[in-house]
Design a binder for this molecule. Structure first.
Ligand SMILES: *Cc1c(COP(=O)(O)O)cnc(C)c1O
Length: 423
């Protein structure tokens, strides 16, 4: 038995309470208060009939940890509580989860409709791996809802959505696209990594299958890889079967770290998104910056939709620096409180250009075709004090502006692409 029963029918219980208690077993061995890390590959039975009944799913229990594992099962139950899902299946990474879902619901002759903006690895599955299997892939302009509706109506087995998108923070209208998918009986999958279950519950908006990279906000400390898929049990049974045979199971140590991380998700996210809003506002008036992407800004094209389907705008901000990569290369080393890395969703603030983060798998031509300019920088806002993050970004920008002004004096047009940048 796990704690999810305590919350049943009690909508008043807050999300800060659910992240802590959700999914945890009521009673642990030795009266331990924390979820044990069960490292057994297999589980032993003296009674062969009982063993067989567990293997057949007639009795609760475990057989082999590629099939199921108690620590992993606790993480899965926690996700069920947070996404209000009937069932969940955990994987060794977010990409393993996404691959498993796409391979579970697609085969030769089927058709998937999605958007041009999606996580770089997901985009590679669409462009490289699925066509090779004879799956028809149709990627629409992300913000063209009419085109998406048209392509869904033309024949669609899976509709794959990611919102807000990585790294451009575009917002898709989930209920509208789900309605179109329902008319043709398509399975709708949504990558909810950026929003987290606290800001957005796609299942409640009409989606069938939610995927998360648990590597990001769920675990929250940049020290573990994992992925989770959730939805109704009949669909999850198929996904679980795929994992059992194809083998990308989550290991119990990683499951434990993700469980531990989720307990502070509500606290972390509150601080992170307050700072994200402040940084986005600062960047909106920074002369070095050409564009800012954050759904929490009233002028963001997806602001109204985000407000309707999300409870918060998240902790990822991206912005485009004037002058492209040369300016990025000047700005990033000047930041004091930032990792320059490919991860996101951790307690530390992380800055990274798309070229080496979300779209490291893509070529320059592919990135430009996706509308991702070389000056684009993504900030994953950490839990540091807002004032410190603001001051750090402001000092780094001011210092770059000074350097550019001086370079312009000395070299004339030596920094040609940067000429428009003024102190
Ligand atoms: C990181 C990420 C993934 C992939 O997850 P991994 O755990 O790195 O495999 C998928 N989708 C989004 C939106 C991501 O940010």
């Amino acid at each position: 038995m796990n704690n999810n029963e305590k919350f049943e029918g009690n909508a008043a219980v807050g999300v800060g309470t659910r992240v802590v208690w959700g999914g945890e077993q009521v009673q642990h061995p030795y009266n331990a208060t924390q979820t044990p890390i069960v490292v057994s590959a297999a589980y032993g039975y003296n009674d062969i009939d009982a063993w067989y009944d567990v293997a057949q799913g007639k009795l609760p229990g475990y057989i082999y940890s590629r099939m199921s594992n108690p620590t992993v099962a606790t993480l899965e139950a926690k996700l069920c509580e947070l996404e209000q899902a009937e069932s969940a299946v955990a994987f060794s990474s977010g990409m393993a989860a996404i691959s498993a879902v796409l391979h579970t619901f697609l085969c030769t002759g089927k058709r998937v409709v999605s958007t041009r903006d999606s996580y770089g690895g997901t985009n590679k599955i669409f462009e490289e791996f699925l066509p090779r299997m004879g799956v028809q892939v149709c990627l629409c302009d992300t913000l063209d809802s009419e085109a998406l509706e048209r392509e869904i109506a033309a024949g669609c087995d899976v509709l794959y959505l990611e919102t807000p998108t990585n790294p451009t923070l575009k917002v898709l209208d989930i209920p509208r696209l789900c309605a179109a998918a329902r008319r043709v009986g398509a399975v709708v999958v949504a990558d909810n990594t950026f929003a987290t279950p606290l800001n957005q519950n796609p299942l409640a908006l009409g989606v069938d299958v939610v995927v998360h990279s648990a590597t990001k906000f769920l675990s929250g400390h940049g020290d573990v890889l994992g992925g989770v898929v959730c939805g109704a049990e009949p669909l999850m049974a198929q996904v679980r079967h795929y994992r059992e045979i194809n083998g990308a199971a989550l290991d119990p140590f990683s499951a434990y770290l993700i469980i531990r991380g989720i307990k502070t998700l509500a606290l972390r996210l509150r601080q992170q998104q307050a700072s994200a809003q402040a940084l986005a506002q600062y960047l909106s008036s920074e002369p070095l910056v050409e564009a800012v992407n954050y759904p929490g800004l009233p002028e963001h094209p997806g602001h109204a939709i985000a407000k309707a389907q999300m409870r918060g705008f998240g902790a990822i901000v991206s912005f485009v620096l004037k002058g492209g990569m040369p300016t990025v290369a000047r700005l990033l080393p000047r930041l004091k409180y930032a990792h320059r890395a490919g991860n996101l969703g951790a307690v530390e603030t992380i800055y990274g250009p798309a070229r080496t983060t979300s779209h490291v798998e893509n070529t320059l031509e592919e990135r430009l075709a996706l509308g991702i300019s070389e000056g684009l920088v993504r900030i994953s806002v950490g839990i540091e004090d807002t004032e410190d993050l603001l001051a750090d970004l402001a000092q780094a920008c001011a210092s770059v502006r000074q350097e550019l002004a001086a370079a312009k004096e000395l070299h004339g047009d030596a920094y040609a692409g940067l000429a428009e940048v003024q102190a």
